[in-house]
Design a protein around this ligand. Sequence first.
Ligand code: SF4
Length: 165
Amino acid sequence: MESDRGVGVLSGRALAAWLLGTSLVRVILRLLFTKQAPGLAKFRENYDADGLAPVTEDERETMTQYSGCIACGRCDVGESARIAESDGQYPGLMQLVLASTRSMPDYDAAARGFSFVPEDVLRSKVARCPARIPFAELAAFVRAKAPAEPPGIAAIEEATEKQAF
Ligand code: SF4
């Protein structure tokens, strides 16, 4: 096989081994001499637009406490006035725990929902919850990880601008 790499005398397995070997060396050299973006920066670059925030190992561990809801509805007792006042933004605690908080891109909506419930109410409801969901900590986590703007808005704005021209 003729090529501009000077491997004209090689064929079959020898050629494959040569190509793999030289590719490996090239990759190693590139990694050694090219400045790589840190993993976190790369993560943000790839996932910010989807509304996904990075989590630490501790946060990942803590997140398991938020997922034990058995949908008993006990945390919604006494919430009807706040639900009514929220004009559709607060569907009740159970709904926030069950649905809104399980998908990080929806955290902006969940954070809005939690804003209708005072901190002391969130704390007092833990004893009533059979799954002992730490509502106040969950609300704080949701606020901290909520996307600055709903995912997809930038893409919609970009598409709208293009259509305008
Ligand atoms: S009280 Fe606890 S288990 Fe019951 S619905 Fe609310 S969060 Fe879920």
